[in-house]
Design a protein around this ligand. Structure first.
Ligand code: MG
Length: 388
């Protein structure tokens, strides 16, 4: 059982949207395919990986460091103890050879991208959906094919007025979402309050709306926005300040009584642990958004979930950033609180299999094996085109 080829390609996922901090006009993404000599129905098993929007392609890291390390490894070094499948943990160790701790930078994205492809391979070889494999091997054995999802959008866009924002949110309700998310912090507080109120008219209740400042605010502004939006009783107030400013987060949580969400830009178990230790996050009302594709992959994510357990945090407080099928699988197999989805953006990467059913912000998956990529026609076609 061996890996016979690993390729990386760059795919543009650019669009004219903006959040409070960045434009997505030049955004791109690394996509990796790991081809093995294992055959199912006469076809080689291939696993695919990619990373979340908001970070750029990591080609240099992949092609100069991580892919060569994997290619140089001996066949036995990549397999589990039974020798009947690849070992994500052993592969992770090989990838991280000669990497010092800390300063995670964007290597965590490169490792996360390969790691995603590895889990796709492993669950395909098991002929199980990844969520079922995770539940049986790493969880309590319980899994589901139905999870909470919310529609993320509400970006700033040239010429986008209130009516267009409302139309966008209406389109998410039409697709079966009842919970949506919109950006704040890219306009004045007055304009943002107007935008929030216009969306509340569409979604009906504050518990159906999340707002995301993308790390834009200093403490004073974060608290000012908090005071201004508290009365709406929103589902959560996301990334008010810099992702590594735990003190800001902690002080905000002392003044803002509703749910706070953050964590999408923390790229390791250690950084996530610092948030838990020092960020003032409240176990009963706040949300954690760690994104495995950006933070060394699922091998590291399992460490993060273990850390949470040790700190008496329920896995159900995690609703990952990124909108990926790997996070849908983790949510379904390891009892997370759900997953983010971008119904109108960053396609065809995000989402779930084509025949999934979304009702009242819960998605039910059809049968699939692996991540479910082959059940999403546009994504499957893209992979075919990229890796001929
Ligand atoms: Mg966010």
């Amino acid at each position: 059982m061996k890996i016979i080829d690993i390729q990386e390609k760059i795919v543009p996922i650019s669009s004219e949207i903006k959040n409070a901090y960045i434009s997505f006009a030049k955004m791109d993404c690394s996509v990796v395919a790991i081809k093995t000599d294992v055959k199912i129905d006469g076809e080689n098993v291939i696993g695919y990986g990619f990373h979340s929007n908001g970070r750029y392609a990591v080609s240099e890291l992949l092609t100069k460091r991580f892919i060569p390390r994997l290619k140089a490894a001996k066949e036995k070094e990549l397999l589990n103890n039974e020798g009947n499948n690849f070992s994500p943990e052993k592969i992770w160790k090989i990838l991280m050879q000669n990497e010092k701790p800390g300063g995670h930078g964007e290597r965590s994205t490169a490792v996360g991208t390969i790691d995603m492809a590895v889990w796709d391979v492993v669950s395909k070889i098991e002929r199980l959906p990844l969520y079922e494999y995770l539940a049986k091997k790493y969880g309590d054995g319980n899994f589901t094919n139905k999870i909470f999802v919310y529609a993320a959008g509400g970006y700033y866009y040239p010429g986008k007025d209130i009516e267009m924002l409302q139309d966008e949110m209406r389109s998410y309700l039409d697709l079966g979402y009842s919970t949506v998310k919109m950006k704040i912090g890219g306009a004045s507080l007055k304009d943002d309050l107007n935008r929030i109120e216009s969306v509340l008219k569409i979604v009906g209740d504050g518990k159906n709306l999340c707002v995301d400042a993308n790390g834009r605010f200093d403490l004073k502004t974060a608290i000012e926005y908090g005071k201004a939006i508290e009365g709406y009783n929103l589902k959560w107030y996301e990334e008010a300040g810099d992702p590594l400013d735990y003190e800001l987060n902690s002080k905000l949580s002392e003044t803002y009584k509703n749910g706070i969400a953050t964590g999408e830009n923390l790229f390791s178990m250690q950084d996530s642990r610092n948030l838990i230790r020092y960020g003032g996050m409240r176990k009963d009302i706040d949300w954690l958004q760690f994104d495995c594709s950006l933070s060394y992959g699922l091998v590291e994510y399992l460490r993060t979930l273990k850390m949470m357990k040790e700190n008496n945090w329920s896995s159900t407080r995690v609703i990952p950033h990124g909108g990926h099928q790997i996070s849908c699988n983790i949510a379904a197999g390891l009892n997370l609180g759900g997953n983010e989805i971008y119904p109108s953006l960053f396609q065809p990467f995000g989402g779930f299999p084509d025949d999934s059913l979304v009702e009242n912000s819960y998605v039910t998956f059809p049968e699939f094996i692996g991540m479910g990529y082959e059940n999403k026609v546009k994504l499957k076609d893209l992979f075919k085109k990229l890796f001929k």
